[in-house]
Design a protein around this ligand. Structure first.
Ligand SMILES: [Cu+2]
Length: 165
């Protein structure tokens, strides 16, 4: 009984002693730390460097509306080196992705290197908003047939083929 009474008193004294003084130093704000953004076009060591495109740009629209999801046009023929510009029109997010299994083996690594800012092997970034665009250089990419698709809408048949002459 007596012991409890003493410790209660001691507690009250401690609280009183600590009561004064607003001493709140501003804590370091860690929520606004700059996100680590890899430099655009950074390639892993040993990878091929991107080869800039040459020639006229071919534009492909990425569309999603009440008629479905599609690339317009979805059959494109270009010469080796030309840039193909994919433009988000509606119904995104869309991207352009080549299947490593169907891309001609002798140009797979170069095409992959040319796809800057990619989110995976041979897979371009997601375009969220109308007028956003992603350009794929076919610099150094050999003639052949290059089937492509939109990753989010592959199951809805959003695909096409680029023929490189
Ligand atoms: Cu899509």
């Amino acid at each position: 009984m007596r012991f409890i009474g003493l410790s209660l008193l001691a507690s009250v004294a401690l609280v009183a002693a600590c009561g004064g003084g607003e001493n709140k130093a501003p804590a370091a704000d860690t929520t606004k730390a700059a996100p680590a953004v890899p430099p655009a076009g950074a390639a892993p060591a040993g990878a091929l460097a991107p080869i800039p495109a040459t020639g006229d740009t071919v534009t492909v629209k990425m569309v999603g509306d009440d008629k479905g999801y599609r690339f317009e046009p979805n059959a494109i023929t270009i010469k080796s080196g030309q840039p193909v510009k994919f433009v988000m029109i509606s119904g995104g997010p869309h991207n352009v992705s080549f299947d490593p299994a169907t891309v001609p083996a002798d140009s797979k690594d170069q095409l992959n290197a040319n796809m800057v800012g990619q989110m995976g092997e041979l897979s371009g970034p997601l375009l969220m908003n109308p007028k956003e665009a992603y350009v794929v250089s076919f610099g150094g990419v050999k003639p052949g047939s290059y089937p492509f698709h939109c990753t989010p809408h592959l199951a809805m048949g959003m695909k096409g083929t680029i023929t490189v002459q």
